[in-house]
Design a protein around this ligand. Structure first.
Ligand code: FAD
Ligand code: FES
Length: 290
């Protein structure tokens, strides 16, 4: 049955990986693209990146961090459950060319969308250096997969429980600049950064100093995902763009991150209320589709 969950894996305390039977989407999907899911008849639509697509098996993998009502609902689904609506692949595919040395920077659940892009860049013959980070060692996801997709990997945790202690942007800065501030250690031809907007902004602040072209993937709030509703509008280079059809990837130096962050926080009150209501309805944290 299409849209059925055929594999479920817990990657971290609140991050789950689902492999879904979705042959049409798998066949047409490219790195950088996403799906919009609606779990059941009364559910809201949310975008999730296609973290992997297996064309031969006809499956896609989505990785979701439970941060609100719908992602909490999703985390309670199990093998055999089917998602009501699965729309995709959506968005523009990543540009995968031979750039040279590419630094791939991922934070938190942003490592999930980064994985297929890093893999494709390496397969294309780029030298991929990854810097991935999380709050602590237990929150870090896809380390093994990212290691395989990278010529070199650097792990960072905010609390120092694994790898470098500090933010990915700081590690990046140290890799590019020797501590004495003289000759650059690493020469990157391109950077791609995916994670919380504040992280992508910090990465762009570093790469701008060295004029390294930096691509970011914007996680603006989306509804239809097809350019109709305007919810996902972002400001890029002073122009309004729709992240769902024009993106989600954009030139990081042109993105108005402050506006993106402000728009993401627009519905915080309603989102909190939805979680409260959902938790009351499902005190055991488990919900059923039927
Ligand atoms: C192109 C794209 C790809 C994404 N890929 C992933 C992914 O692979 N894994 C993952 O865990 N998350 C991903 N996200 C973010 C994910 O869509 C949100 O975390 C999810 O919608 C939250 O819904 P919620 O009801 O659980 O939480 P809510 O409580 O509703 O929201 C929590 C926060 O999530 C964001 N959000 C809420 N509704 C939406 C919406 N409809 N669209 C986008 N953001 C929303 C808001 O910033 C909000 O503050 C992606 C977002 C975009 C735009
Ligand atoms: S989500 Fe509606 S226009 Fe992009």
């Amino acid at each position: 049955m299409s849209n059925k969950i055929i594999r479920k894996e817990k990657l971290a305390e609140n991050i789950f990986s689902f492999t879904l039977d979705a042959p049409q989407i798998a066949k047409n999907s490219n790195p950088g693209q996403f799906v919009i899911i609606r779990i059941n008849e009364t559910g809201e639509r949310i975008p999730l990146t296609i973290a992997e697509a297996d064309k031969a098996d006809g499956t896609i993998r989505i990785i979701s961090m439970s941060i609100g009502k719908t992602t909490m609902f999703l985390s309670g689904l199990n093998i055999g459950d089917a998602i009501k609506d699965l729309l995709g692949p959506l968005g523009q595919k990543s540009r995968i060319d031979k750039f040279g040395s590419v630094v791939c920077i991922g934070g938190g659940v942003g490592i999930a969308p980064l994985l297929p892009i890093t893999k494709a860049l390496k397969e294309k013959g780029n030298d991929t250096v990854s810097i991935i980070g999380a709050r602590d060692k237990d929150s870090l996801i896809l380390e093994k997969e990212m290691s395989l997709a990278s010529n070199e990997i650097h792990i960072c945790t905010d609390d120092g429980s694994k790898g470098y202690k500090g933010f990915v942007s700081k590690r990046l800065s140290e890799l590019i600049t020797k501590k004495d501030g003289k000759d650059p250690c690493y020469k990157f031809d391109r950077a791609i950064a995916i994670g919380p907007p504040i992280m992508m902004k910090a990465v762009c602040d570093v790469t701008a100093k060295f004029n390294i072209k930096t691509i970011v993937s914007l996680n603006s709030v989306m509804i239809d995902g097809t350019g109709m509703c305007g919810t996902c509008r972002v400001e890029v280079g002073g122009q309004t763009k729709f992240a769902c059809v024009d993106g989600p990837e954009f030139d990081g130096f042109l993105v108005n991150f402050d506006l993106l962050i402000a728009r993401q926080n627009y519905y915080l009150k309603e989102e909190r209320e939805a979680v409260e209501y959902f938790t009351k309805e499902h005190p055991d944290g488990k919900c059923r589709l039927h």
